[in-house]
Design a protein around this ligand. Structure first.
Ligand SMILES: *Cc1c(COP(=O)(O)O)cnc(C)c1O
Length: 392
């Protein structure tokens, strides 16, 4: 028996093993991420491809992602907030970093200090920023134009009159004009054509500065949608960008939960809260250390009640070569998987169940939850031990 005094976490349990034993772990394949960026850059044709790394790079880690895209050649980045831009800067030293939500009074020092480019989205932001820029000396900004989304941006009319306004403030020096598609994931939508035509007029009025319309989905709509700069996000992380199209991207993230215990339960018994899942036979159940607090949403529950047409009423995991359905309701910290069809010697306590990854497509999990891959990725939460596999 080792003496308790010998217990030295740093020596006996080096950091690397934290991942090997973590109850919940997330592997991020940076090589696949870099490949996905190169793929998006290629599909963007004559346009340059930026990298969208907002929300901690869709939950996968903005430092690793930023560095990976930078090394792959990205020189334009988009973040949502000033704080994200400040975090990213050291990993993308020579890049332009655009802040999609613009700038609030009080954030000027961070914008200037980290050399971020605010994306101005409203008349208020415009007048605030031009006053700041007048004081600070020349500092670039970007202009967001709303062409039908009704989220951020000046209306196309206002953007056009601003372009031609001889009295506009001299400190307004846009380097990019951008808009965002509402239905880019639905190629047949007439919205796409309407927005593109509206944006084309705006881009023409701002001739000489870069224009940008398309996120991941828009890139697949073809060259008419590419303009000067594309803004892929979800596709870089392996997610599905276009509805009903086979996803050509490489999977990037693998989420796994450890099986805490395996239990036997009899025919006719029920599983988890509400007793919604009734066993039709004597069963073996694997209790895994993941729950809705980890973004494994309660709507993934195997309730037997379809939540929407596409779902069959629950997600499934993958363990040692077998698909295993979620049994009953997902709870805060635990999820129960039915492993009855897995041979007893092929699954044990301590094994890991893949929640999404190469064997369980992210977007299939999303569909089972009635949501999209974006939400599954960005809600993985704080309890995952993360391992980044380096790009070659
Ligand atoms: C999030 C976002 C993107 C990236 O979108 P994806 O669908 O993830 O590719 C691009 N542009 C804007 C304005 C965004 O908000």
């Amino acid at each position: 028996m080792p003496d308790i005094d010998d217990f030295s976490p740093d020596d006996d349990f080096p950091l690397a093993s934290a991942f090997e034993h973590a109850p919940l772990r997330l592997t991020v394949d940076l090589g696949a991420m870099a490949d996905n960026w190169r793929d998006m850059a290629k599909r963007s044709g004559k346009a340059r491809a930026a990298a969208v790394v907002k929300a901690d790079a869709y939950g996968l880690g903005i430092e690793d992602a930023g560095q990976t895209f930078y090394r792959a050649g990205a020189r334009d980045f988009f973040v949502a907030t000033v704080a994200e831009g400040v975090t990213l800067r050291p990993y993308a030293p020579q890049a332009r970093i655009f802040v999609l939500s613009g700038v609030w009074p009080g954030q000027e020092a961070d914008i200037l200090g980290s050399d971020l480019v605010p994306v101005l989205a409203s008349e208020e932001q415009l007048s605030h920023w031009t006053a700041v820029a007048a004081q600070a000396g020349d500092h670039p900004c970007a202009l967001q134009v709303d062409t039908g989304f009704n989220r951020l941006g000046l209306t196309a009319e206002d953007a056009l009159s601003l372009a031609g306004d001889p009295c506009r403030p001299a400190s307004f020096s846009p380097v990019l004009v951008l808009s965002h598609l509402a239905c880019g994931d639905t190629p047949s939508s007439t919205m796409n054509t309407v927005q593109r035509e509206s944006f084309q007029q705006v881009a023409a009025a701002y001739e000489g500065i870069d224009s940008s319309l398309s996120a991941s989905a828009g890139i697949f709509l073809g060259p008419d949608y590419h303009f000067d700069l594309t803004r892929p996000g979800i596709a870089l992380y392996g997610g599905e960008a276009v509805n009903g199209m086979a996803n050509p991207m490489r999977p990037v993230a693998t989420a796994e939960a450890r099986i805490v215990m395996i239990r036997e339960a009899g025919e006719g018994q029920t599983v988890s809260y509400g007793g919604t899942y009734r066993l039709q036979r004597a069963s073996r159940l694997a209790i895994a250390a993941v729950g809705y607090a980890d973004g494994y949403q309660r709507s993934l529950s195997g309730s037997g009640i379809p939540l929407r047409e596409m779902g069959y009423g629950g997600a499934y995991g993958f363990v040692n070569g077998y698909q295993v359905p979620v049994a009953g309701r997902v709870t805060m910290d635990m999820t129960i998987f039915d492993v009855t069809d897995v041979p007893a010697n092929a699954v044990r306590a301590g094994d890991y169940i893949e929640l999404f990854g190469p064997n369980v497509p992210l977007d299939e999990v999303a569909r089972a939850a009635g949501t999209i891959g974006y939400e599954i990725l960005t809600s993985t939460g704080l309890r995952y031990e993360r391992l980044a596999l380096e790009a070659e």
